[in-house]
Design a protein around this ligand. Structure first.
Ligand code: PGA
Length: 250
């Protein structure tokens, strides 16, 4: 049985003041970590602050450079993240694909960089509404996932979490239905099974896209759902806490 993981994605939100109060309310949630693993992916600049002020919740960020170090103005390396005890990196979020032109190849390179540094990569895959309605759901997901699977060794893939995030569900308040989520998660696990059966049994596939206290219980209880990636609701300590409480207990 796979232990669930609940990950907050703060995106480009907050200020030192609001993050201070969020850390205070999240500290009270730390005891929920006997139910599921908990992590927050914060804006990198706040990593040192959150590291100092938030105990018992793992730390992550939302992007990283695919390069080691050197003349890459504006980039942050995995080594720098490790200086602040960062354990998770979101890679290939649809907002990075859409607004910053990240390609499947960039995402595979970043994923490799992350896992080779010993960090866990949360690789996001997901279709737009148009891709879904034109019958391209499976081919889009297969393409996004296969590039990463091809780039990494089986050992490296053990440091991977797959996040299914339908683009049309992100930030819209309209999550995918339980049926849609289970269908896609089963399909993604099948792709991994074709690659390596043992890996497929253990790999965590989490759902993101308008996951909130009111739908968490239904979505997190699905057979192939191993946790959640939460944007909006992770900015509110109470909502995030309610979602964590509904994680599957093992
Ligand atoms: P949302 O975002 O929960 O606000 O829909 C999820 C995500 O983009 O990771």
């Amino acid at each position: 049985m796979r232990r669930q993981i609940i990950i907050g994605n703060w995106k480009m939100n907050g200020s030192l003041l609001s993050i201070k109060s969020l850390c205070e309310s999240l500290t009270k949630l730390a005891h929920e970590s006997d139910v599921a693993d908990i992590a927050v992916c914060v804006p990198s600049i706040y990593l040192p602050y959150v590291q100092t002020n938030l105990k018992n919740i793992c730390l992550g960020v939302q992007n990283v450079s695919q390069y080691n170090n050197g003349a890459y103005t504006g980039e942050i390396s995995t080594t720098m993240l490790q200086d602040f005890n960062c354990r998770y990196v979101i890679v290939g979020h649809s907002e990075r694909r859409a607004f910053f032109g990240e390609t499947d190849e960039d995402i595979a390179n970043k994923t490799k960089q992350v896992v080779q540094a010993g960090l866990t990569a949360i690789v996001c895959v997901g279709e737009t509404l148009e891709e879904r309605t034109t019958g391209n759901l499976q081919s889009i997901l297969a393409r996004q996932l296969q590039v990463v699977l091809n780039k990494l060794s089986t050992k490296e893939l053990e440091k991977l979490i797959i996040a299914y995030e339908p683009v049309w569900a992100i930030g819209t308040g309209l999550a995918a239905t339980a049926h849609q989520v289970q269908d896609v998660h089963r399909y993604l696990r099948k792709i991994v099974t074709n690659f390596d059966e043992e890996l497929a049994k253990n790999i965590k596939i989490i759902y993101g896209g308008s996951l909130k206290p009111s739908n968490a219980s239904e979505l997190l209880s699905l057979e192939d759902v191993d946790g959640g990636l939460i944007g909006g609701a992770s900015l509110n300590g109470k909502d995030f806490g309610q979602i964590i409480k509904q994680a599957k207990k093992i």
